[in-house]
Ligand binder design. Structure first.
Ligand code: G4P
Length: 546
């Protein structure tokens, strides 16, 4: 467990500063929850916050959500749709750890932001419904984590009600996602009801009892040999017999625990629980904090940067406009990668060499902002931006460190955007430019140097609504969209004649991105595949080559 001792007051020597930096880094855990809608992310988040003492009443995340909709200081669209469009960062403490939970949009629709948020996390928790196992959205988000070789923890939720057999669930996850699993906790059923978990690492049985108001307390946690008579008495013979058999099977036939494989994303520790009743949440949290990595080194143009490097550095992973209509500001979310951040600090933007002052960074608890005086590696700060910053920008004292860019993610939906007021063309162009910079939209053109009606691409359908709303409300450019039937974009490189040939035929269209690079968009996977087979001189890229 990390120490929370505060440093001596008074000026810090560089040695005590280094010790403090190492200690603050070590106690941080920055992660995101990935799940399909309805798996229970809101419920689990709320319970985690409850343990952290950040909120006091179960249900308050939801009731606050409802309350805020009455007096929204967030985007009007969110209020109208009753959904969360933007993602925020929740920070709380638990037993000496400082936890940063990067919240991703919970609505069934989502955007590139969801993917980008994962770039700022050090690990992910994959939340599964015990009846549904791996679902589409989980699969997509998992793929992004896997590509980054991030540690992925699995929490099988809703075990308070009958679900898929745990052994089958695990083998389905392994087959579907091509990852090895190691169940750290295993569910114990007594008289058919979920009653506790067995922690295989700690060799401990943890029983729960239902509390009032949807809560639960851990009633008996005891280190126990599986064959102890007291345990037989506690569980009853049947439940005990089943547990011994299952654990025996896991020990004999399952993958062994391997922390190194966990850290490279090759082995997922699995936990069983119920966010609704709290069963299994605390054992999960404790094991998670123990096993999940503290902020790790980042690759940069100046080599590997350790988080304990005394110089502050961080990168922008998300830009959010109009979080507060009263201020009409943009907030750039910066993940701190190294060093100590202090309010008022001046840093250099590597891309332009410009000095940027960071006067009033913000930190977020749900939707409440508060000014922060300092931040450490793993933390996320919100920097008020007047249009200087872009997604992927690196901030550091001398501007000589550049973190590898945040990848673009291939759009999955396309639409032609048509200004409904011809007098407002300039506003439309300016709006599209800014939304592109912010990463809220990907804009493409039908001709190399523009063309009358740009095409916009989005990862989630909801991004279209957000764009239309913002173009009208922020830029005074009312528009409508015409959906296009394409789903599979590929950036293409190769001889012009071959690109032209590949662009002919039905079920496809040729577009140009903002840098003038060609891409072909296809309606069906087989149209794409057959084009790839025919045009062997072309290289097809799923995302724009950087
Ligand atoms: P999401 O953010 O992933 O979309 O899911 P959310 O937490 O909103 O949960 C979706 C539904 O699943 C909710 O039910 C919630 O109560 C339920 N749920 C979450 N965790 C558990 C669990 O551990 N066990 C069981 N049995 N149910 C769980 P709802 O009926 O849609 O909403 P509500 O009326 O309960 O608020």
């Amino acid at each position: 467990m990390p120490s929370t001792d505060l440093p001596d007051t008074g000026p810090l020597t560089s040695k005590s500063q280094a010790t403090l930096l190492a200690r603050e880094t070590e106690r941080r855990r920055t992660f995101a929850i990935i799940s399909h809608p309805d798996a229970g992310k809101t419920t689990l988040t709320e319970k985690l916050l409850l343990y952290g003492g950040a909120i006091h009443l179960a249900g308050s995340v939801k009731s606050r959500r409802a309350e805020r909709h009455a007096t929204s200081d967030w985007m009007e669209l969110e209020r109208q749709r009753g959904i969360s469009v933007t993602s925020s960062v929740l920070q709380f403490d638990y037993e000496g750890f400082r936890i940063n939970l990067l919240d991703t949009p919970g609505h069934e629709d989502f955007s590139e932001d969801t993917y980008r948020t994962l770039m700022a996390a050090d690990s992910a928790v994959m939340l599964l419904d015990n009846r549904r196992g791996v679902e589409d959205r989980t699969r997509q988000l998992f793929a992004v984590c896997k590509r980054r070789r991030m540690p992925i923890f699995t929490f099988v939720n809703k075990c308070d009600r009958a679900g898929e057999d745990p052994l089958k669930l695990i083998s389905d996850v392994e087959a579907d996602l091509e990852i090895n699993c190691y169940p750290v906790t295993w569910p114990i059923f007594r008289d058919g009801a979920f009653a506790g978990v067995y922690d295989r690492r700690r060799k401990r049985v943890e029983m729960f009892e239902r509390g009032l108001d949807h809560g639960a307390r851990m009633t008996q946690a005891q280190s126990s040999d599986l064959n102890e008579p007291a345990l037989v008495e506690l569980l009853g013979e049947d439940a005990h017999h089943r547990l011994v058999q299952e654990i025996g099977l896991l020990d004999a036939a399952g993958h062994p625990f391997d922390h190194a494989a966990l850290l490279t994303g090759d082995l997922s520790p699995v936990f069983f629980g119920s966010a609704l009743t709290n069963f299994g949440v605390e054992p999960f949290l404790e094991e998670f904090l123990d096993l999940a990595p503290a902020p790790s080194p980042h690759e940069s143009t100046a080599g590997i940067v350790e988080p304990t490097n005394p110089e502050f550095s961080g990168f922008v992973f998300k830009i959010q406009a109009n979080m507060d209509p009263r201020h009409r500001d943009r907030i750039a979310f910066v993940r701190v990668c190294s060093g100590h951040f202090e309010a008022g600090m001046q840093v250099k933007l590597g891309r332009t060499g410009k000095i940027v002052r960071l006067p009033a960074p913000q930190q977020f608890l749900a939707r409440e902002r508060s000014a922060v005086e300092e931040a450490w590696p793993g933390d996320v700060i919100g920097v008020v931006d007047k249009g200087t910053l872009r997604i992927g920008d690196t901030l550091s004292p001398n501007g000589d460190v550049e973190y590898r860019g945040i990848p673009r993610f291939a759009p999955e939906h396309f639409a032609r955007i048509i200004g409904t007021d011809p007098m407002r063309r300039k506003q439309l162009d300016a709006g599209l430019r800014q939304l592109t910079e912010e990463g809220a939209a990907q804009v493409f053109f039908t001709e190399p140097d523009g063309g009358p009606n740009p095409v916009i691409g989005a990862v989630g359908m909801l991004q279209f609504d957000v764009m239309l709303f913002r173009l009208e409300n922020e830029y005074g450019a009312p528009c409508r969209i015409e959906r296009l039937p394409y789903r599979y974009p590929r950036w293409v490189e190769g001889p012009e004649a071959a690109i032209e040939r590949a662009a002919r035929g039905s079920g496809r269209m040729r577009l140009y991105d903002a840098k003038g690079m060609s891409l072909l968009v296809f309606d069906e996977l087989w149209t794409l595949r057959s084009t790839q087979q025919h045009e062997t001189t072309l290289t097809f890229h799923e995302v724009a080559p950087q």
